[in-house]
Design a protein around this ligand. Sequence first.
Ligand code: FRU
Length: 431
Amino acid sequence: MSTSSSAVSQLKNSPLAGNINYAPTVWSRADALKVNENDPTTTQPLVSADFPVMSDTVFIWDTMPLRELDGTVVSVNGWSVILTLTADRHPNDPQYLDANGRYDIKRDWEDRHGRARMCYWYSRTGKDWIFGGRVMAEGVSPTTREWAGTPILLNDKGDIDLYYTCVTPGAAIAKVRGRIVTSDQGVELKDFTQVKKLFEADGTYYQTEAQNSSWNFRDPSPFIDPRDGKLYMVFEGNVAGERGSHTVGSVELGPVPPGHEEVGGARFQVGCIGLAVAKDLSGEEWEILPPLVTAVGVNDQTERPHYVFQDGKYYLFTISHKFTYADGVTGPDGVYGFVGEHLFGPYRPMNASGLVLGNPPEQPFQTYSHCVMPNGLVTSFIDSVPTEGEDYRIGGTEAPTVRILLKGDRSFVQEEYDYGYIPAMKDVQLS
Ligand code: FRU
């Protein structure tokens, strides 16, 4: 048996990070075999089909609370702010009528990724969000899709760096600087006019479009390492190499039970959590580093990775889907976690399997795109909730917030809160 695509990334002489030496943590098939969709401590409470929607005119999905580089979720002059991926709903567009002339909301929802726009919302209460509009005017972002990222409040002047993904054509991690202005009436995000592309997949550590036309490269989440004080970011990638060339060897298998060596087409699933380091805290120049976690032979998508630093530990979370698992392993849509004592790892899959909070089997698509905040609150959006028979109701709105407890390598679901409850952990008064 051969090892491994994951062995590629060992030592890097990095101009920005210095001499670093780490091997990615392998999320193995043996780990993933421990995923239990019926463990009540890692299952999100059922979302009722009579949920309220935030807006009749737009769908929202990935939600990005305004935060500082240490991860703190902030309000500004008493206003909480979130960004969402957003797309218009088309209830009256002939293109989205079904054979009976009725609005086909399911098709409209499925099509949303192609017209995703970054919009913002604000609130005095951390819920009851008021729509603010687009962050960037039409034409500012250089590609057709504005995909997920992270808005960072830089200082008490109100400057914001929005890290996000410019998609189609290509996929580039980018940032755009603007600012927040508040009044007693509300919030405005202004001057997000100059987009800077930071980097694309390199083909050495991260798969490129040329290596695989359905490559995944997106979702930057910058942070300051509490230990070394440097600015890094994690992002979603795939392990570099031509599609089909990866091997699922003994390392990727892990200590599997007898008879598990036949892995079907699992070599096609090559997700990883990527890392990059910035030259300095301005975040203007970045260098790509080897992945932190690889999922070769396990899962093709480790999306929206992000950190919570707690009790001297590095909790690295990522979202993933049932449909992106490899042959012979499975798990729910939801958030997965890896925990370690150092940024460069090694990491251990949380709860032994990686699963932290998954959808209940009877409502497998109820929520997605979970973001775990440092206060243990987890926000996500409602995707679809079963109604009668085979039918289901499309969400496109915030799900109830859930709190999880992080205890060493384990997590436990605790309380449930209101829809879209994202309270600030700290208020910043602008000077
Ligand atoms: C997660 C996600 C992100 C991506 C966006 C595209 O829901 O797939 O990875 O940035 O949605 O709509």
